[in-house]
Design a protein around this ligand. Structure first.
Ligand SMILES: Cc1ncc(COP(=O)(O)O)c(C=O)c1O
Length: 362
């Protein structure tokens, strides 16, 4: 008798990641407010760059994504050799965890932190340790209290998805200062470009000053290239070296590289996306609060709204909206079953959302 084929321990404990729903029966083009995608769509320059690649797809991409790393380095004033690109920042989160944590190790995250972190930790065979939050915001003292001699990685989404809250750069510095040098601090700044707060910093200064900090970023959000999968990490020389050893040789496809370079160069498109968000996120918050609902303060391109329960539950609201072709995100998997997450859409989408939503609560 042979033993049955079994994966490594931890793998079957993984709850597969479920993305936001993309379809609503009866609606050819539903209003998609479920995945924190960009409201305005990609820069025309990025679309053009993507199209030019069509004739070249028999060629392997540049395995080092050099043009993109150089463009990012110029744009952000960083050394290009400490930037590593990934197939979305999800890939980098997975690679970092696999490289630094394994069986017997612990990975620390906060209670409502991004769900890729436990997936990455369990896939690496490590244990997930959850630190409580305060006011749906990562709590530095609680994160530090969760660190043990077995901790190898601490994840901080800043701002966090799905709560939309953030930690000031002083708080992030305090978190880092409390960590032993053998613990990797991953600052996941997927929504950094949306944040308009003087006390916020995506983490570049901390990376520059430390050996054990890495910042991850993405082109999926404000740059509107989610379908192409482009992320990047900036870390110490040794972290960049580790990532380059474990990543696949051609992890970023050629069209994604070209489109990302073009998107980065289109600064007016970035400004438009930010300005749009600055108008419509507060607008959405005001509309929801005017209906008597609780809205959690958000600095990103989405917000979460709380439902009183009973026949006015988040699930009922989700279904009602879906029936009208509007997709939002249920977040019970984040321990927020009474809440829905809503991504900021176009002006027209927001107006349609408002009209439909009024019937949810009245
Ligand atoms: C906090 C956070 N980090 C990372 C990601 C992953 O982004 P990417 O599309 O670059 O894999 C997301 C996407 O929703 C996110 O919300």
């Amino acid at each position: 008798m042979c033993a049955a084929l079994t994966p490594k321990s931890g793998i079957l404990e993984i709850e597969p990641y479920r993305g936001g729903e993309a379809g609503a029966p009866g609606f050819e083009r539903p209003i998609r407010l479920a995945s924190n995608e960009s409201a305005l769509g990609p820069s025309p320059r990025a679309i053009a760059a993507y199209r030019t690649l069509a004739e070249e797809i028999h060629r392997y991409p540049d395995g080092g994504a050099e043009a993109l790393r150089e463009a990012l380095a110029r744009h952000h004033g960083l050394p290009a050799d400490r930037i590593v690109c990934g197939n979305g920042s999800d890939e980098l989160i997975g690679l970092l965890t696999k490289a630094y944590a394994g069986p017997g190790d612990e990975v620390v995250m906060s209670r409502h932190g991004f769900l890729m972190y436990p997936i990455a930790a369990k896939a690496a065979g490590a244990e997930v340790v959850i630190a409580p939050e305060t006011n749906l915001t990562a709590d530095v003292d609680a994160l530090l209290a969760a660190v043990t001699p077995r901790t190898r990685v601490v994840f901080l989404a800043n701002p966090n998805n799905p709560t939309g809250t953030y930690l000031s750069s002083d708080e992030v510095k305090r978190l880092h200062a409390g960590l032993p040098p053998q613990v990797l601090l991953v600052i996941d700044a997927a929504y950094a470009e949306y944040v308009q707060r003087n006390d916020y910093d995506p983490g570049m200064a901390l990376v520059a000053a430390s050996e054990n900090v890495v910042m991850t970023r993405t082109f999926s959000k404000i740059y509107a290239l989610a379908g192409l999968r482009v992320g990047w990490a900036y870390g110490s020389e040794s972290i960049a070296d580790v990532l380059n050893r474990v990543r696949a040789p051609f992890n970023l496809n050629a069209a994604a590289q070209a489109a990302a370079v073009a998107a980065l160069a289109d600064v007016p498109a970035l400004d438009r996306a930010r300005e749009h968000n600055d108008i419509w996120r507060p607008w959405l918050a005001r509309e929801l609060m005017a209906l008597g609902l609780t809205v959690n303060p958000s600095v990103a391109n989405f917000l979460i709204v709380r439902f009183p329960g009973g026949d006015k539950s988040a699930d009922a609201a989700f279904e009602f909206l879906k029936g009208r072709g509007i997709l939002t995100r249920k977040i019970a998997g984040y321990h927020l079953a009474d809440w829905l997450r809503i991504t900021i859409g176009t002006e027209q989408e927001m107006e349609k959302f408002k009209t439909a939503f009024q019937k949810v609560v009245t």
